[in-house]
Write a protein that binds this ligand. Structure first.
Ligand code: ARG
Length: 459
């Protein structure tokens, strides 16, 4: 019998079960964390007088050797092994003999895997956060250079009121800032050591869980051993955070795709971030944005995988939980890769300010401003709204904009109109008058830029 756990078995494991049961193809990614966890555990066992100094020394150098050999490619991780924990423990015993067999004292693979995955995800979350910073910076820089790039703001994808590309980009920057804080929050909850929970019910040894927690860089220990081995909330939280990042990216992706269509042409993607067609020579396609929009579905799938896997699971460890890693690793990696490519695509795109302005000048986006003009002259807003609405219909019939209607025609509708109305409804002025906090005027956008800069300066 070859398996470490096979003492009570009288028959070899079926070949199919071996293959089906193995998680090494996914959890081998955590070899460094597994070795770090084992070293910390061994140090603690020695500290508490459970293993001798020579045993600790042998385990340490054995594990260091394994780590170095995997790093360098000298030691290949056996794809047939059950999981990374078994592989490393088996390899250790192969290398150092008896002391290797003492490593698993007061430990189970259940607390071992729970520890490894938290350590691994802490690092992946840190990388994801770096990519979020890169994305926020790209949005910030684009916004900084576009505070006067007027474009229509939309509701229902209908031209609504004037904004600028800076205002639009900053809306996304704030979404990604929220994603950063969400990630920080999730990591804070995850940053507790389950090591020492053992299989589920702790151990009869006088271990020191705070010792291992500190060595491994956790901020504390999980309070309940059953929770320690059965909690995967952190995986679900990280998959959710990744999902929301993808939601935000896919909204922006959709806008990028629209904006570089001939129907909009608000932007031109850099040649290095666009693709062509094998048959249509004229094509320049926004594949990056489309792929990110498409990959959003798979990240949501990862989240649903995790939630469904955990739903109804009795305490404590169940093998179902082995399915956690593939899903959460994929969610984080997909979000990270998507952010990584999106940032330079945004940074290198060219704004077609002429088309943006043209679009802003059509579509009556100054209608609210005309109503506001009358309201400021004392008319109730609802009355002003009605008069302006009728003028919109009238102008549309004539194929004109509100600003093209001569004063006499305006006056026919309402005596309050005067020559200053044309100033009041000129698109540039409509924009600059939107000075309310959070609005699109250059002054209001400046404050938003400052807030984003402050966030970036303090990360
Ligand atoms: N490969 C397992 C996992 O990823 C490790 C824990 C197995 N524990 C057990 N008692 N079978 O979840």
């Amino acid at each position: 019998m070859s398996d470490l756990w096979s003492a009570r078995f009288k028959k070899e494991t079926d070949r199919l079960l071996k293959k089906f049961n193995s998680s090494i193809s996914v959890d081998s990614k955590m070899y460094a964390e597994d070795i770090a966890g084992s070293k910390a555990h061994a140090a603690m066992l020695n500290e508490k007088g459970i293993i001798s100094d020579p045993d600790l020394a042998a385990i340490r150098s054995g594990l260091d050797g394994i780590k170095a050999d995997i790093d360098s490619g000298k030691l290949k991780i056996d794809p047939e092994a059950e999981d990374i924990h078994m592989f490393i423990e088996g390899e250790l015993t192969k290398r150092i003999g008896e002391p290797g067999k003492r490593l698993h004292t007061a430990r189970s693979r259940n607390d071992q895997v729970a520890t490894d995955i938290r350590l691994y995800l802490k690092n992946r979350a840190a990388e994801l956060k770096e990519k979020l910073y890169g994305m926020i910076e790209a949005l910030y820089k684009t916004a900084e250079g576009a505070t006067d790039a007027v474009m229509p703001g939309y509701t229902h994808l209908q031209r609504a009121q004037p904004v600028t590309m800076a205002h639009h980009m900053l809306a996304y920057a704030f979404m990604f800032i929220r994603d950063c804080t969400r990630l920080t929050d999730a990591v804070k909850r995850m940053d507790l050591s389950p090591l020492g929970s053992a299989a589920l019910a702790g151990t009869t040894y006088d271990i020191d869980r705070h010792f291992t927690a500190e060595v491994l860089g956790f901020s504390g220990v999980v309070q309940n051993s059953m929770d320690g081995v059965s909690d995967r909330d952190f995986a679900a939280e990280l998959a959710f955070t990744s999902s929301l990042i993808m939601t935000h990216l896919s909204r922006l992706a959709e806008e990028i795709i629209l904006w570089c269509s001939w129907e909009f042409k608000f932007i031109e993607l850099d040649d290095s971030f666009a693709t062509g067609s094998s048959i249509m020579p004229q094509k320049k396609n926004p594949d990056v944005a489309e792929l990110v929009r498409g990959k959003t579905g798979r990240v949501y799938g990862d989240l649903i995988t995790l939630l469904t896997m955990l739903k109804g699971l009795p305490l404590a460890y169940n093998k179902d939980m082995q399915e956690d890693k593939e899903a959460v690793f994929d969610a984080i990696k997909t979000a990270r890769d998507s952010l990584e490519i999106f940032a330079p695509m945004i940074l290198t795109m060219k704004l077609r300010r002429d088309n943006m302005l043209l679009a802003a000048k059509r579509g009556f986006i100054n209608a609210t401003d005309m109503a506001d003009y009358l309201t400021k002259k004392g008319m109730p807003f609802r009355t002003a709204y009605k008069i302006t609405g009728e003028l919109v219909a009238y102008a549309q019939d004539k194929g004109a904009g509100l600003e093209d209607l001569p004063l006499e025609e305006l006056k026919e509708k309402c005596e309050l109109f005067d020559t200053d109305v044309y100033e009041a409804i000129a698109v540039k002025n409509c924009l600059e008058k939107r000075v309310s906090e959070g609005g699109p005027s250059a002054a209001a956008v400046e404050k938003q830029l400052d807030a984003v800069k402050e966030f970036l300066d303090n990360v």
